[in-house]
Design a protein around this ligand. Structure first.
Ligand code: ZN
Length: 139
């Protein structure tokens, strides 16, 4: 079995609504993400998937939308959202708390149907800090 992994970096702010600690405040992370795929080797190219194709796909679907964005749950007060949108370009609302775990599950749902037919998503690892990461894996 061959696993292909591409590494991504993005800067994102978020706040965990109702969280009983300092993460309820707006704060940012320098996220590091590794997307790993596997699949059938293509005899004509000698590749499972072109690294550039994987990079472009993940950038399109995830990284470009979240890099330098403020990400909040869509349950946050709508007046606040309107005020933020009046002053900032990149406010992203998710229908869930923007925790590392929830974002991973969301990323997997977005990516899986976009991969070439010979390729499947194996794992996504998302580092929130140098010492903390969560990993999604296909069960
Ligand atoms: Zn955080």
């Amino acid at each position: 079995m061959i696993l292909l992994t591409k590494h991504f970096d993005f800067e994102m702010a978020h706040a965990l609504m109702g969280y009983p600690g300092k993460c309820r405040n707006i704060h940012g992370h320098s996220y590091k993400m590794e997307v790993t795929v596997t699949g059938e080797m293509q005899p004509d190219t000698g590749m499972v998937m072109d690294f550039k194709a994987l990079k472009d796909l993940v950038n399109d679907i995830i990284v470009n939308k979240l890099d330098h964005a403020l990400v909040l749950s869509d349950q946050v007060d709508h007046t606040l959202i309107e005020t933020l949108r009046a002053h900032y370009d990149k406010i992203v609302l998710f229908p869930f708390q923007p925790s590392t775990e929830n974002m991973l599950a969301h990323f997997a749902t977005l990516l899986r149907p976009q991969l070439p037919s010979n390729v499947r998503l194996y794992s996504i690892r998302l580092h929130e800090t140098d010492t903390s990461f969560a990993e999604w894996r296909e069960e």
